[in-house]
Design a protein around this ligand. Structure first.
Ligand code: AMP
Length: 213
């Protein structure tokens, strides 16, 4: 079974890497942020509630987040494994996952990137609301153009990538991630990767450290 967690600050590239590894291992990638945005897009009660926190860069309360993720990883497509992106973000979330019968984690991949580089990346980040592709402003012809990956006219900048919100997100995330890194180091299931390299090299390093080639 391949149950993995990707840890990293906003902009570290964990979503991109989790997606690539999910294709390689053929197990679903489950992103808590994407799930919240999906709920918000569908105007569900959960989505509207979560957005009250997301729009300011704060974390969504643990009870909402934990229920959503534990329910998701019990679905049939996770039987052979799953890759979590953005969850856990707190020790309570990590403990809940640890206690759940389906949440046995084999490896935690920590992607390390310096804060100045994260700020630069986040101000440049564009997403496609149709296919969830993560793109760079440098690689598109303006926000009105079509997504280079799925050709839909659905490019946008995340509201929480705006500079004032980004600072707040990182300030909240840094102490939390340090605690999670220590938590998984103690369990001896953490591997660290330098995320300041080209994304293909990061992918190669991850696969090497996971013993996949
Ligand atoms: P992300 O797409 O991972 O950057 O998440 C976007 C936003 O969703 C975060 O800034 C939080 O407001 C919320 N969120 C995502 N994952 C979690 C989590 N594990 N716990 C609490 N809030 C979360």
């Amino acid at each position: 079974m391949n149950n993995l967690i990707f840890l990293g600050l906003a902009g570290a590239g964990k979503g991109t890497q989790a997606k690539m590894l999910s294709g390689f291992l053929n197990v679903p990638m489950i992103s808590s942020g994407d799930l919240f945005r999906f709920h918000l897009g569908n105007k569900t009660e959960l989505g509207i509630e979560a957005n009250k926190f997301m729009s300011t860069g704060a974390l969504v309360p643990d009870n909402i987040t934990i229920n959503m993720i534990l329910k998701r990883i019990q679905e049939q497509d996770c039987k052979e494994g799953f890759i979590l992106d953005g969850f856990p973000r707190t020790l309570d979330q990590a403990e809940s996952l640890n206690k759940s019968i389906v949440g046995d984690i084999n490896t935690v991949v920590y992607i390390e990137v310096e804060e100045t580089e994260l700020l630069r990346r986040l101000s440049d980040r564009v997403i496609c609301e149709a296919c969830n592709a993560i793109l760079s402003k440098l690689n598109i012809n303006g926000m009105d153009s079509n997504c280079p990956e799925c050709d839909n006219p659905s490019l946008s900048q995340r509201q929480d990538d705006l500079p004032e919100v980004v600072q707040n997100r990182l300030k909240t995330q840094i102490p939390l991630i340090n605690r999670l890194v220590n938590y998984y180091k103690q369990k001896e299931i953490l591997i660290s990767v330098n995320g300041q390299q080209n994304k293909d090299i990061v992918e190669f390093d991850i696969q090497t450290k996971l013993g996949l080639h």
